[in-house]
Write a protein that binds this ligand. Structure first.
Ligand SMILES: C[S@@+](CC[C@H](N)C(=O)[O-])C[C@H]1O[C@@H](n2cnc3c(N)ncnc32)[C@H](O)[C@@H]1O
Length: 277
């Protein structure tokens, strides 16, 4: 029982690599999930879209070894990274599987808790994914997820829309609005639960505040480029992108100068549903 007493800190590449690895974006939503998810002994947990191992591995460590945890993600490089961490932390009750949430490789009624941080409701074919969650969960099993909501980075999108209108790009401004409209609301996420056999048991909203010095800093941020740039760039005519983004950056910087920085907010949601018995 007291195996941990023999632990000695060893300074090596593995420890350093895994010490400094979680995007702050994932962390903010993961903390909301970890704050509200119910921890119980002897349960089987599935993390859908477990990426490089978050919150899968943290949850495995917080639950301890009476529980068995699985991560599922089609992203092979991320799964290898997660497996590396699991091995490096010496965890034997957590496993990562390659695969997609629209075809979950588990039997009916076999899982107690499905979690997903920034996952399931945003996957292609979300209703099928919810039906798969329903199938693999035991009666009264829980699905707990986090997501960002409509209103995400409103200040940024307002300046983007104004810039497009200023340049006479009315059609593109409409496309930008349509893009935003696809983001969920508490009601639309709740409907995804209820139309797929879940009773919503709890939900909590929170706000993430993200401050940048200006638009130049925002647009050059490595994680902003990874997570959002393609959705802002690819719907614009290729030959106009430099002109539009130059104007956008100028406008964002002017707005930041007026407001003492670019202050962006993200509405966050934790929602939990129970499988109808
Ligand atoms: C925004 S990332 C979140 C990753 C991780 N949960 C975190 O908090 O850092 C979404 C993840 O979902 C995965 N994903 C996308 N489509 C999926 C699907 N159909 N089934 C399972 N995972 C999927 C992606 O590969 C990615 O790892």
């Amino acid at each position: 029982m007291t195996e941990y007493l023999s632990y000695q800190f060893t300074d090596n590449q593995d420890v350093v690599n895994t010490f400094d690895e979680l995007p702050l974006w994932s962390a903010a939503f993961g903390l909301l999930l970890l704050k509200h998810v119910h921890l119980q002994p002897d349960i089987t947990v599935l993390d859908l879209g477990s990426g490089t191992g978050f919150p899968l591995i943290e949850l495995a460590e917080r639950l301890g070894t009476s529980c068995k945890l699985y991560g599922l993600d089609p992203w092979k490089n991320a799964n290898d990274r997660a497996r590396h961490k699991i091995q490096s932390y010496g965890l034997r009750h957590v496993e990562v599987l390659d695969g997609s949430a629209d075809n979950i490789p588990f039997d009916n009624d076999s899982i107690d808790l499905v979690v997903s941080n920034l996952g399931v409701n945003n996957f292609d074919n979300a209703p099928v994914v919810f039906q798969e969650c329903h199938r693999v969960l035991k009666p009264k099993g829980k699905l707990a997820l986090t997501t960002n909501l409509d209103g995400h980075w409103k200040t940024f999108y307002q300046v983007f829309e104004d810039t497009l209108l200023q340049l006479g790009k009315t059609q593109e401004a409409e496309q930008l609005l349509e893009q935003q409209a696809h983001r969920g609301t508490t009601e639309s996420v709740s409907r995804l639960f209820s139309t797929n056999g879940f009773k919503v048991t709890r939900f909590y909203q929170d706000t993430l505040e993200m401050h940048f010095l200006d638009g130049s800093a925002l647009l050059n941020h490595h994680f902003v480029k990874l997570g959002w740039l393609s959705s802002w760039r690819d719907f614009l005519p290729e030959e106009e992108r430099v002109r539009i983004f130059t104007a956008l950056e100028v406008n964002l910087n002017a707005s930041a100068k007026k407001s003492g920085g670019l202050h962006l907010t993200v509405p966050m949601l934790f929602m939990e549903g129970e499988k109808d018995a």
